[in-house]
Design a protein. Structure first.
Ligand SMILES: Nc1nc2c(ncn2[C@@H]2O[C@H](COP(=O)(O)OP(=O)(O)OP(=O)(O)O)[C@@H](O)[C@H]2O)c(=O)[nH]1
Ligand SMILES: [Mg+2]
Length: 306
């Protein structure tokens, strides 16, 4: 059976490092097919030290770590919704903070496995980490909306969506943030040149492709990856949007937000990422989530006006 376009077997060896002076240069490399997991973006770091930090990061299975978190000059908040992610959370939070100068907001829905208590411990140990506890599993969409409200209230300039399960490579966060300097929405995209999905079976790939084709065709946005959940929004644009109208939860939430940004006149950029199937823990994908997207997309056409 044929595999997805780029099948990454293992972390690259440190000897394969590719140096990019800045984020636009890194973007061009990734677009041409270089795996971002071995791109060292200098962005002001001395090359020798940067090479060393990246090699150490790769050897530890954490990707090409910078010598210090990349600072894009804007106040960032990475929102990480969690439901039963106790085996992922500490590592993902640590890596987010290592790659990007940012705060992290964990939105936990009363995870039975104790993720919420773990998030509290991480927050107590680091002022950059914050936690929102909600009672019971209220869904991804509302978790992000609450995160956006915190970002708007507390003066953040960029807010990110990111899964806790390492599907979204933390080393791509600064690249998203850099692209967001001249866009209102940046989508970490599997379906532009240089992007891919890794580790999904045929059924999951077809479902994702089908959902994207469907949404793109019906909504006419030109966006290749409408369902991707690794994103950066301009908080100023979110403030101008009427987010109380957003109703969707699963993949449909991502489709709806992308469409609303387009209708609100926001510029959308897609930057390629390798989306990797979750490392540990249980999938929450369900037929209900797919059905929601199926019925929501046509309704968006006439519900959402610019
Ligand atoms: N707060 C909150 N987080 C959720 C909820 N459902 C999922 N999440 C989190 O949202 C992120 C994405 O969910 P996933 O289960 O990874 O969904 P997926 O990527 O479509 O599917 P798999 O990776 O195959 O499990 C993860 O960090 C989950 O822990 C929810 O109802 N509330
Ligand atoms: Mg996932």
């Amino acid at each position: 059976m044929s595999q997805s376009p780029v099948q990454r077997a293992a972390a690259p060896a440190a000897g394969d490092l590719v140096i990019a002076q800045d984020f636009p240069a890194a973007e061009a490399l990734v677009r041409s097919g270089v795996d971002s997991a071995r791109v060292v973006v200098l962005h002001g770091q001395a090359e020798a030290a940067a090479r060393q930090a990246a090699a150490a990061g790769i050897a530890a299975g954490r990707g090409p770590l910078p010598t210090r978190p990349h600072d894009l000059g804007v106040r960032c908040l990475v929102v990480v919704p969690t439901y039963n992610e106790k085996d992922n959370l500490a590592a993902i939070v640590r890596d987010v903070l290592a790659y990007l100068r940012t705060d992290v907001l964990v939105v936990d829905d009363g995870s039975p496995d104790g993720t919420g208590a773990l998030a509290d411990r991480l927050a107590a140990a680091d002022p950059r980490v914050r936690v929102l506890h909600r009672k019971g599993k209220l869904g991804l969409g509302t978790a992000y909306l609450e995160g956006f409200a915190v970002a708007a209230r507390d003066g953040y300039q960029r807010v990110f969506e990111m899964d806790a399960d390492f599907s979204h490579p933390p080393w791509d966060l600064p690249r998203l943030a850099a692209a967001a300097l001249d866009a209102e929405l940046v989508i970490g995209s599997r379906y532009v040149p240089g992007g891919s999905t890794v580790g999904w079976d045929l059924k999951r790939r077809l479902l994702s492709r089908g959902a994207n084709f469907y949404a793109r065709t019906l909504l006419g946005t030109g966006i290749r990856d409408m369902t991707g959940g690794f994103r950066c929004f301009d908080v100023a644009l979110l403030r101008r949007m009427d987010l109380a109208q957003v109703a969707a939860q699963g993949y449909a939430f991502q489709i709806e937000m992308a469409y609303r940004v387009v209708r609100a006149g926001g510029r959308v950029r897609e930057v390629p990422i390798h989306f990797t199937d979750r490392r540990i823990g249980q999938s929450k994908m369900s037929p209900k989530i797919a059905r929601e997207a199926l019925f929501l997309v046509p309704r968006l056409r006439w519900r959402v006006r610019g």
